[in-house]
Design a protein around this ligand. Structure first.
Ligand SMILES: [Fe+2]
Length: 383
């Protein structure tokens, strides 16, 4: 069966990436809207991007209203500014939130409308050029055709999709990830690990996505603990930036599965950051998925050195699972209870969460058949 494999138009990666990207930025338009958050301004990261634009004589304005994971309201606000200021392209600087918000703003730039109108549809509208400069090594949004926007009226995290949402230019410069604190490094790094594992064990996996997924998993096992324990370890930061990009490319072409499907409803209802809710779910979801895919998990176990060729697929898969659990513990992943969520409120929400998870379509990509009842049970098992 023929398969499509899509990546960003241009990737500039490594130390000095932003400097190298300047001339590429100059090709994209006359006035940029930088989509970012206040922390990026305080850290001086936004100024670096502003300088890159100034050096090329490109006008710009800064929209720093991304105060958390993006909502329909932030998108509306950004869109109004984009139009009022006559911008003609967008540059997102930050974690997944500004990048996702930028994609949504850009998709409404030409024809307006409401971002919720695109739920469940392929976005194929005319788009201004979009540039992603990630400052965390995790979401992979710089390499994907997806954006997650919260519909504040329905309390649902909408997964929106369309090839036009893949950035024209992705600038992965490790100078920006050096400032991420350990908790963010852990949550975003584990998000990338979920992308890679889910892509590798997805029904939609393909040879090309497997290559990127396997490489990402190996790199993350080797370098995420180092970046977590010592944020100034530049080599580890560089490797994690590459891993997050690889994992993004992998799931862009193979989709995610159970963890992401079950994670979004927890994020929407309990406001747990995306990477963290994934991390909380890894043990439960991967234990479930393992039973339908021993060989795929065994390959991952052997790739990271947790299992050997002498181990059967089942043993090697189980060893990989144990290694993942050990990593989440080393990175001090809290439980829902430790995070401060009420068990009673959580249990009341389980039917809606399980339904929203199934509606997203992601759980169905898991190699093992999964029902809504299975998902309800997995949510309960988190306690
Ligand atoms: Fe993710």
């Amino acid at each position: 069966m023929a398969r499509e494999f899509i990546v960003p138009g241009q990737i500039i990666n490594g130390t000095g990436a932003l400097d190298m990207a300047e001339s590429a930025l100059a090709q994209l338009g006359k006035k940029a809207m930088i989509v970012t958050d206040k922390v990026m301004i305080e850290l001086g990261n936004c100024e670096k991007v502003e300088n890159a634009l100034k050096n090329q004589g490109i006008e710009y304005m800064v929209y720093s209203g991304i105060t958390g994971e993006p909502t329909d309201k932030m998108v509306e606000e950004g869109l109004a500014l984009y139009k009022a200021q006559n911008c003609d392209f967008l540059v997102a600087l930050g974690g997944g939130s500004p990048i996702d918000a930028m994609k949504a703003i850009a998709s409404l730039a030409a024809h307006g409308g409401d971002i919720a109108d695109y739920m469940g549809k392929e976005i194929s509208v005319e788009m201004p050029p979009i540039v992603a400069i990630p400052t965390t090594a995790g979401t992979g949004s710089e390499a994907t055709q997806f954006t997650i926007i919260t519909d504040t009226r329905k309390d649902v995290k909408m997964l929106l999709k369309g090839k036009v949402l893949i950035p024209r230019l992705a600038v992965i410069d490790p100078q920006f990830t050096m400032t991420a604190p350990p908790k963010i490094t852990a949550a975003t790094g584990l998000d990338a690990l979920c992308h890679a594992i889910e892509a590798y064990t997805s029904r939609k996996s393909q040879e090309m996505s497997d290559t990127f997924a396997l490489s990402a998993v190996k790199r993350i096992f080797q370098y995420l603990p180092k970046a977590f324990h010592n944020g100034q370890d530049e080599a580890a930061r560089v490797q994690m930036s590459v891993a997050a990009l690889e994992a993004g490319i992998a799931f862009n072409n193979a989709s995610v599965t159970l963890i992401h499907g079950m994670s979004r409803p927890i994020g929407a209802l309990f406001h747990v950051a995306h990477g963290l809710s994934n991390a909380m779910l890894m043990k439960e979801c991967l234990s479930f998925a393992l039973e339908g895919a021993y060989e795929r998990f065994a390959a991952l176990g052997r790739a990271v050195g947790a299992a050997g060729m002498e181990d059967s697929s089942q043993i090697a898969g189980e060893k990989f699972l144990a290694a993942v659990i050990a990593l989440t513990e080393e990175l001090e992943t809290p439980t829902l209870e430790e995070y401060g969520i009420s068990k009673e409120v959580f249990f009341q929400a389980i039917p809606k969460m399980a339904q929203d998870a199934m509606t997203s379509g992601s759980p169905q990509n898991t190699l093992r058949e999964v029902t809504q009842e299975d998902i309800e049970q997995m949510y309960k098992n988190l306690w």
